[in-house]
Design a protein around this ligand. Structure first.
Ligand code: GCW
Length: 872
C-alpha cells in the first residue's frame, strides 16, 4: 500500500471536482465524494445551498418560482381558470395552467366551469368560445393545431383567451402562455396567432423491446423492459408532456430495425397502454414495422407487397390495432437498408411496399413514413464511380407521384448519415408529387453522443434555409418538407430522439436543448437559433442575464467547435464508422462497403462527386445548386471534401492549404472545447449545484476528449500526407511523458490499434497476472505550480483503479468507472484525469499505480504536465 502521509505543501494539492459523470446515477466512492463536497464548499462558500439542486428531470418545464419583482408583473393575472369542455386534452391544459401558476407565482387558480363574472383565463375551442362569448372577435386563419392567445376586455372584465382550432391547439396555447411567464415576457397586451409550420411533427425512438436503445446514450428504454412494455409508464407520460409542450404530435416508440413482434395480437394491448399514457398530451402513438411481418409472424409464405394475401394481412393487422388504439398515428418503415428485408426481395419497389401498408391503414386515418435511407452497404469501394450518397435519390426520385396520399417519405437531412456537416439531401428537392419529411437526429450519434456538447439547431437551421432552387424558384428546404412548395397536404419534421431512463432524459443536461430546439423548429421553421437557445436557457436555468448570455453563447458555439475537431471541410465525422461512431477512427471509412469514404491517399483527400470527373452525384441537384457544387471555385470550404478530391496543398478560399487548415482547425477546436468548460465555471453559484456539477463533469471530459480527437486526426493526416504542421505542433507535445517511456514495474507496453488512437501509437497495460502495476518518472522541470493530466483508458469491461503519488505521497486516486463505448483501450475509451494545482520540484518522482479489474487493465497512454494557468 502507498503511504498516505500529507505533503508539507499539502494545501497546494486539491483534487478536481469529481470527474466522474453521473451517466447512470453512479454510486459515489465516498472519498471522492467527500473531496468534492469539501472543494465545493471552499469554492462557493456562502452560496452553497442557495440554489436547490435539480436533476434535470423537469427539463424546460420547471415552473421555477419567479422572484418578487418578476412575479409582481403578473399580479393582475386572473385568479380563475375555465375550461370550456371536458375532453382529456382540455383537462390537461387546465391542470397544466394550474401547475405552472402554482410553481411560478405561488398561487392556485380557482376552477370554474362557465364564463364567470370576474376576470378569468378561458381555455376553449374557437367554437366553444364563440358560443360562450358572442361579442368575441376571433381572428381568421386559425386551423389544425394552431392557437390564439389574447387578452381582452369584455363587459369590462379582463379575460385571457387561449383558443385552439382543436383541443390540441388549446393545450399548445396553454404551454406557450406558461412559457412566456417562465421567461418573464410581458403578456399584458398579448394578442397572437400561432400556426404550426407543418402537420407532421414527430419523433422516433429507436427502443428495442428488450429495453436497450439503438444509439441511445441515456439509459434504458422508458417504454420497454425485458421483452415487454414496462408496468410503470410514468416516464412515458412525462415524455409526452414534454413533447406536447413544444408542439410535437406523434412518437414512434420502437427501433426502425423493427422487431415484428410489436404487432402481434398479444402485444398490441401492451402498446395500447403507451398510447394511453400519450393521449392526455395529444401525442399520437406510432410504431416501426418490418415489411417482412406477413411472413415472419403472419404465417404466410411471402411478404410480396403485390400479393393479395399480404395486403389482406396488413389490413387485418391494422383493423386489430385500431380496435385497441383508435387514435393510432401510423408506422415508420425501414426496408432494403443495412440488411433489413424489403420489397427488392420480390423485385418490387418502395412504392409497392409503402402503398400496401398505406391502403390498410388509410381507412383509419393513419400515416406511413417510409424512410429514404435505402442503400447498399456492400458497395465495391474500389470502384471510383460508386457513391452511397446517390442511393436515396436514385431509388425514390423515379417513384415520385407513385406513393399514396397517406405516405410520407422520411429523408435524412444529408445524403449520408447524420454527419456533423453534410450538404442537404438532393431528394428533398426531388419529390414534387409525394409527401416528404426531413429526418433530423437529436440523439447525437455522430456528434458526441451527449458526452460532448453539440447544439445542433444551427446546423438544422442551415439545412432548412438552404435554397434548393427547384424549377428555378426560391424553394428553401423548410418549405419543401412542410408541403408548402408543392401544395402537399402532409409533410414536415421528424427527429430521432432516443431519450432514456436517465433522470435528465438525454444524459447531458445541456443536450435537452436539441430536443427543445427540434420541437420549436418543427412548430415554427423560421425561428432563429439564437431565439431557441435563449428560450431554452431561460426555461431550463432561469432568467439571470449572466446565465442566459453564457449558456446561450456556449450552445451557439458548440456545433462548430465539435465540427472543428472531428470532421473538417465536409469530409464527414471522422469517427470509427464500423463501431461506436464515437471517438476518432479516420482509417475506418475506407476499404469497406459502407460507403462513407473520403478517398485519402498520399497526395490528396475528398470524394470527387462532380459530374465532370467524379461519381456524378452533383447532378441530382437542381441546376443552380449543381453549378454551385460542381465548381471548385464556388464550393464553400466547409463542404469542399464532400464534393471534390483535392491535394493537401490545395489552397482554400481562406488562403490556407487544406493540410494546414486541418491542423489549425483541430488545435483551435480543442482549445475552444477547453473554453466551454471555463465559460461554464463562470456560472458557479448561479446554477444549482447538482446540474452545475453534472455539466462541469461532462465539459471537463469533453475538453480532454477533444485533445484525443485533435491528436488522432492530426497524426493521421500527418502520416497519410507526410506534410508536417508548419507551426510544429503535430507530433510534438511539450510536457508529455509517454507511459511506455516511464519506468515500469508490472506494466507492459503494447501497440494500440489503430495507432492514432494513442499518443505515439503505444500505451501500457497491467497484465491479468498482476494485482497492481507501477509506472514512474522523474519530474525535470522547474519548481512551481502545475496541472498534471493522466491520459488513461476507461473501458466498459472493468473498473480499474488508479493512484498517483509524488515522492510517495498520494495526491489523487480514482476508479475508472465511466460508461464509454468500448472494451478495448482506444480513442473511444481514452480519458483524462486532471490533477491541479500541484507543486512540483525538479527531481520529484511521480508514480502511477494501476489496479486492473476484469478485462480492463488499467491502461495508460501518457502524462502531460503544464504550468497552471495562473503561472503561464
Ligand atoms: O446511422 C445509422 C445507425 C444505425 C441506424 C441507421 C438508421 C437504426 O448507425 O444504428 O439504425 O442509421 O438510420 O436506420
Amino acid at each position: 500500500m502507498l503511504p498516505n502521509r500529507r505533503r508539507e505543501e499539502a494545501t497546494l494539492f486539491s483534487p478536481p471536482i469529481s470527474q466522474r459523470r453521473p451517466f447512470h446515477r453512479k454510486r459515489c466512492v465516498w472519498k471522492a465524494c467527500l473531496k468534492s463536497i469539501v472543494l465545493f464548499a471552499l469554492l462557493f462558500g456562502g452560496q452553497v445551498g442557495s440554489l436547490r439542486g435539480e436533476t434535470g428531470e423537469a427539463a424546460w418545464l420547471r415552473y421555477a418560482r419567479l422572484d418578487k419583482a418578476a412575479s409582481d408583473n403578473y399580479r393582475s393575472l386572473p385568479a380563475v381558470v375555465v375550461a370550456l369542455g371536458d375532453s382529456e386534452l382540455l383537462t390537461s391544459a387546465r391542470d397544466e395552467w394550474i401547475r405552472g401558476v402554482q410553481g411560478m407565482l405561488e398561487r392556485t387558480p380557482r376552477i370554474e366551469h362557465n364564463v364567470p363574472k370576474e376576470p378569468a383565463v378561458l381555455l376553449g375551442t374557437l367554437a366553444s368560445l364563440r358560443a360562450a362569448l358572442s361579442s368575441l372577435q376571433i381572428p381568421s386563419g386559425i386551423s389544425g393545431d394552431g392557437f390564439w392567445l389574447s387578452r381582452q376586455r369584455i363587459h369590462d372584465l379582463d379575460f385571457i383567451i387561449v383558443a385552439g382550432a382543436d383541443d390540441r391547439g388549446i393545450l399548445y396555447g396553454t404551454f406557450a402562455l406558461l412559457s412566456k411567464i417562465s421567461q418573464q415576457r410581458n403578456i399584458a397586451r398579448i394578442d397572437e396567432v400561432q400556426q404550426p409550420s407543418a402537420p407532421v411533427r414527430w419523433v422516433n425512438q429507436w427502443d428495442n423491446l428488450s429495453g436497450t436503445i439503438e444509439r441511445g446514450y441515456a439509459g434504458p428504454s422508458i417504454f420497454f423492459d425485458s421483452g415487454n412494455v414496462r408496468t410503470d409508464l410514468t416516464r412515458a407520460g412525462e415524455y409526452a408532456r414534454l413533447l406536447a409542450s413544444v408542439g410535437i404530435n406523434g412518437c414512434t416508440i420502437n427501433n426502425v430495425n423493427a422487431d415484428p413482434k410489436i404487432i402481434q395480437s398479444d402485444f398490441i394491448p401492451q402498446i395500447a397502454r403507451i398510447a394511453d399514457a400519450f393521449r392526455p398530451w395529444g401525442v399520437q402513438l406510432g410504431i416501426a414495422v418490418d415489411v417482412s411481418g406477413p411472413k415472419i409472424i403472419g404465417g404466410l409464405d411471402t411478404f410480396d407487397p403485390l400479393d393479395p394475401r399480404v395486403a389482406e394481412w396488413w389490413k387485418r393487422t391494422f383493423d386489430e390495432i385500431y380496435r385497441e388504439i383508435p387514435d393510432f398515428g401510423g408506422v415508420v418503415v425501414k426496408a432494403d437498408s443495412e440488411g433489413r428485408l424489403g420489397p427488392s426481395a420480390y423485385g418490387r419497389t418502395p412504392a409497392d411496399a409503402a402503398n400496401v401498408i398505406a391502403r390498410a391503414i388509410e381507412p383509419h386515418g393513419g400515416l406511413v413514413f417510409y424512410r429514404a435511407f435505402v442503400y447498399d452497404h456492400h458497395l465495391d469501394w474500389r470502384h471510383l464511380k460508386n457513391d452511397r450518397a446517390k442511393a436515396a435519390y436514385d431509388t425514390f426520385h423515379p417513384l415520385d407521384g407513385k406513393f399514396d396520399e397517406n405516405v410520407v417519405i422520411q429523408i435524412k437531412y444529408g445524403p449520408i448519415d447524420f454527419q456533423v456537416r453534410e450538404p442537404v439531401s438532393p431528394l428533398l428537392g426531388g419529390l414534387e408529387r409525394t409527401n416528404e419529411a426531413i429526418e433530423l437526429q437529436v440523439t447525437q450519434e455522430y456528434t458526441g453522443q451527449q458526452r460532448h456538447l453539440c447544439f445542433l439547431v444551427p446546423m438544422w437551421r442551415e439545412s432548412l434555409d438552404f435554397d434548393m432552387g427547384v424549377n428555378g424558384a426560391d424553394t428553401p428546404v423548410k418549405d419543401l418538407v412542410s408541403g408548402k412548395t408543392f401544395h402537399r397536404r402532409m409533410g414536415g419534421f421528424v427527429a430521432v430522439t432516443n431519450v432514456g431512463m436517465d433522470l435528465d432524459w438525454l444524459g447531458h443536461p445541456l443536450a435537452m436543448a436539441n430536443l427543445y430546439g427540434f420541437g420549436r423548429l418543427a412548430w415554427d421553421s423560421d425561428l432563429t437559433s439564437e431565439k431557441i437557445a435563449e428560450e431554452w436557457t431561460r426555461l431550463t436555468f432561469g432568467n439571470d442575464p449572466v446565465v442566459v448570455k453564457t449558456i446561450t453563447g456556449m450552445l451557439l458555439a458548440s456545433w462548430k467547435i465539435y465540427e472543428s475537431y472531428t470532421g473538417p471541410l465536409g469530409v464527414g465525422t471522422l469517427t470509427d464508422i464500423l463501431g461506436s461512431h464515437y471517438g476518432p477512427g479516420p482509417g475506418s471509412s475506407e476499404r469497406n462497403g459502407w460507403g462513407q469514404w473520403h478517398r485519402a491517399d498520399r497526395n490528396g483527400i475528398g470524394m470527387d462527386r462532380t459530374v465532370a470527373t467524379g461519381t456524378g452525384y452533383i447532378a441530382q441537384y437542381p441546376v443552380n445548386v449543381e453549378a454551385l457544387y460542381e465548381s471548385l471555385q464556388t464550393t464553400p470550404d466547409e463542404l469542399l471534401l464532400f464534393f471534390h478530391h483535392v491535394a493537401y496543398t490545395y489552397v482554400l478560399h481562406s488562403g490556407k492549404t487544406v493540410i494546414q487548415h486541418v491542423y489549425d482547425l483541430h488545435y483551435d477546436g480543442a482549445e475552444r472545447a477547453q473554453h466551454l468548460m471555463e465559460d461554464w465555471k463562470s456560472l458557479a453559484g448561479r446554477v444549482d449545484d447538482e446540474r452545475y456539477s453534472a455539466v462541469l463533469a461532462r465539459l471537463e471530459y469533453q475538453a480532454g476528449h477533444a485533445i484525443v480527437w485533435r491528436d488522432a486526426i492530426c497524426d493521421w493526416f500527418y502520416s497519410t500526407s507526410g506534410i508536417p504542421d508548419a507551426k510544429g505542433r503535430v507530433g510534438h507535445h511539450p510536457g508529455r511523458i509517454e507511459a511506455e517511456a516511464m519506468q515500469l514495474r508490472g506494466y507492459e507496453p503494447f501497440d494500440v490499434t489503430p495507432p492514432e488512437a494513442a499518443s505515439g501509437g503505444k500505451a501500457i497495460e497491467c497484465p491479468p497476472a498482476q494485482r497492481e502495476c507501477f509506472a514512474t518518472f522523474q519530474f525535470s522541470g522547474a519548481a512551481g505550480l502545475y496541472e498534471l493530466d493522466v491520459e488513461y483508458f476507461d473501458q466498459e469491461n472493468g473498473e480499474s483503479r488508479f493512484r498517483v503519488s509524488i515522492d510517495e505521497q498520494l495526491v489523487d486516486q480514482w476508479t475508472a468507472s465511466d460508461h464509454l463505448p468500448g472494451t478495448r483501450p482506444n480513442a473511444d475509451t481514452s480519458t483524462r484525469r486532471r490533477i491541479t494545482p500541484l507543486t512540483l520540484r525538479p527531481g520529484d518522482r511521480v508514480q502511477i499505480e494501476g489496479l486492473p479489474d476484469h478485462g480492463e487493465r488499467a491502461a495508460i497512454d501518457y502524462v502531460e504536465i503544464r504550468p497552471t494557468s495562473a503561472q503561464r
